[in-house]
Design a protein around this ligand. Structure first.
Ligand code: C5P
Length: 425
């Protein structure tokens, strides 16, 4: 069991800490929380205390708490100190070495690694004073995660300043607790690790074309009936939206789904596997192709021209099935115009990772996102997903996340991969 001391800063993102505490506790970590005065405007010590199941420290001069534990002891006992959200004001006070409240006193007294998750308005984040403070804190050894790019709490505001997502925080915290942090690796967080990144950077996928397939296919039996599957398109559509948020030009080839087209994305609607292949080929070239569609393996060899009729006493029709083209394999094995990164999904009901590893090689794919779609998993049609990323260098088990979070983490990972391969050219 590791001890995480979570200093919750006074910003709108403070509410995310409730989920963060829950996730860390689920993973067996002990979480104690410190709240500043400002934090209590956003979340209450009562809810933080209930979720952490620990008393919450709120004031340097809380005599009972000082007698019982004391800020020095609290600082010393922690294996890791996390500051989330790290507001502009808190970063400034940290950089200056203030100790005028419990949060900053603990930060000054601790010998543990400190991880800060900044969250603020993009203008505040890019201000010279914040830049200076972050640089100073980095020099002092403070680790950073985020901020990410995206919508702000203020209506109509977008840019760099959103606090890292809870799933990213959990991953990074566990890496730091395990003592093998490699900043900027792992799940491909946008870390504040270089001067170049700290300037208000262009979106990481700007200038890139990302192609995504999503949803099921419908294979006609006759003009009114078809073979289909349970794919909802939620994961594929979330991936297209995440790629768009990171600045990519996105083409989404979607089978028949009940969900709206993502904004800012070019969508081609298709029915069958063969139409999907044709639309994919027409959309190439792309830098990245992500195949999240649940394409039917077979189609009816000769669909009825008219509705198949049931006749009294007659045997039911025999449907002859033929194999559909494998779109993913076709694109992954292309000589010319093969996207730099080809990613497939593997929906399995058993030996998920082993099957995905086999599929990665046999289909010539770079990465496979493997998930368990057995009935118990509730993935089909559901909002959450637990996936494994299978690459040439091994398997990563990602925590349980919403489909939007999986999409965000995957696309950030894609951005990091492309940036690295561009640098190595
Ligand atoms: O072999 P399997 O169908 O499990 O492979 C799943 C992966 O292959 C998914 O990424 C899916 O989108 C893709 N696929 C495809 N065309 C097919 C069958 C699967 O693109 N005909």
């Amino acid at each position: 069991m590791k001890r995480v001391l979570l200093i919750i800063g006074g910003g709108i993102a403070a509410y995310k800490c409730l989920d963060l505490i829950r996730r860390l506790r689920e993973r067996g970590h002990h979480v104690r929380c410190v709240m500043t005065k400002a934090t209590q405007e956003f979340v209450t010590p009562l809810s933080v205390g209930a979720i952490s199941n620990e008393p919450v420290a709120t004031d340097l001069f809380d005599l009972d708490a000082e007698r019982e534990i004391g800020h020095i002891r609290m600082a010393r006992e922690a294996d890791l100190v996390v500051v989330a959200p790290a507001t502009a004001d808190l970063l400034a006070r940290m950089a200056q070495g203030h100790a005028n409240d419990l949060a900053t006193a603990v930060l000054l007294a601790t010998r543990a690694t400190v991880l800060a998750a900044p969250a603020m308005n993009p203008a505040m984040w890019s201000h010279a004073a914040t830049r200076r403070n972050v640089r100073q804190l980095e020099t002092d050894g403070v680790k950073f995660i985020g901020p990410n790019t995206g919508e702000m709490a203020e209506a109509g505001e977008a840019g760099v300043g959103r606090m890292a997502e809870v799933a990213e925080l959990v991953e990074r915290i566990e890496t730091l607790l395990a003592g093998d942090d490699e900043t900027g690796r792992g799940l491909g967080f946008i870390t504040v690790s270089s001067k170049r990144e700290r300037a208000v950077a262009p979106l990481p996928l700007a200038g890139r074309h990302v192609l995504v397939t999503s949803g099921p296919t419908h294979e006609p039996i006759d003009p009114v009936r078809y073979i289909a599957n349970r794919s909802s398109g939620k994961q594929g559509h979330a991936i297209a939206a995440a790629a768009r948020r990171l600045g990519a030009r996105v083409t989404l080839i979607s089978g028949p789904v009940q969900i709206p087209d993502p904004e800012g994305v070019e969508v081609r609607h298709v029915e069958t596997a063969r139409e999907m292949l044709e639309a994919v080929e027409a959309a190439l070239p792309a830098d990245v192709a992500i195949f999240a569609a649940a394409v039917a393996d077979w189609r009816v060899a000769t669909p009825g021209r008219g509705k198949l009729k049931k006749a009294a006493g007659a045997a039911p029709p025999q449907l002859e099935l033929v194999e559909n083209p494998d779109i993913l394999r076709t694109v992954a094995k292309r000589g010319a115009r093969r996207p730099e990164l080809v990613i497939g999904f593997a929906a399995e009901t058993q030996t998920v990772v082993e099957n995905a590893q086999g599929k990665r090689k046999s289909k010539g794919v770079d990465w496979i996102v493997a998930n368990d779609v057995s009935e118990e998993s509730g993935v089909f049609g559901g909002e959450r997903n637990r996936v494994h990323l299978v690459t040439a260098s091994g398997v990563e088990d990602w925590p349980d996340m919403s489909k939007d979070e999986v999409a965000d983490v995957l696309l950030r990972r894609v951005s990091a991969y492309l940036a690295e391969s561009r640098e190595s050219v």
